[in-house]
Design a protein around this ligand. Sequence first.
Ligand SMILES: Nc1ncnc2c1ncn2[C@@H]1O[C@H](COP(=O)(O)OP(=O)(O)OP(=O)(O)O)[C@@H](O)[C@H]1O
Ligand SMILES: [Mg+2]
Length: 167
Amino acid sequence: MDCVRIEQPGRAACVVTARSEAETERFGQALARVVGPGMTLGLVGPLGAGKTRLTRALVEALEVDPDDVGSPTFVLIREYAGVYPIYHFDTYRLKSPDEFAALGTSDYFRDDALCIVEWADRVRDQLPDATIWLEIEPLDLESRRFTLSASPEFVTRLCADLSRRDN
Ligand SMILES: Nc1ncnc2c1ncn2[C@@H]1O[C@H](COP(=O)(O)OP(=O)(O)OP(=O)(O)O)[C@@H](O)[C@H]1O
Ligand SMILES: [Mg+2]
């Protein structure tokens, strides 16, 4: 999959297009190789964009049973025991960002756990400064454009991983 890099002040971004659900799966697997404990991944995109689908691919690559990954629509936080602890948040039903903080969510942003947040733009101010932002745009029924913004080092590692697997 092509990874087009864009430089930003103090950060970098990259744009990756998945033409099928299988490619989204591969992108999730690549992400799993470059994320780690202590990181937060903020997912942004409309209903049905693929936030949960991508999360399932990512955490399955970290040895979580994919059947445990539901859309946590009625469960705000799910915890998975992968190769390290993973917390999966869905803020869709929250009435306000304050409600998110009131749940004690800041306790989850720990050095030893990975946090994945759906509808992350709704709680933008409650997330760590170093959050990796990933926007998912549906292009058609099967295609999705992923725009990821993170540290330059993170983007370098992700693009290197994706290009290595293409060869
Ligand atoms: N390339 C693709 N990547 C991801 N999902 C895809 C792709 N092509 C088709 N799909 C379908 O799109 C849907 C994505 O649903 P998913 O629940 O992951 O969305 P979501 O962003 O989590 O939505 P919600 O905001 O309701 O939680 C699934 O039905 C999936 O099969
Ligand atoms: Mg979802």
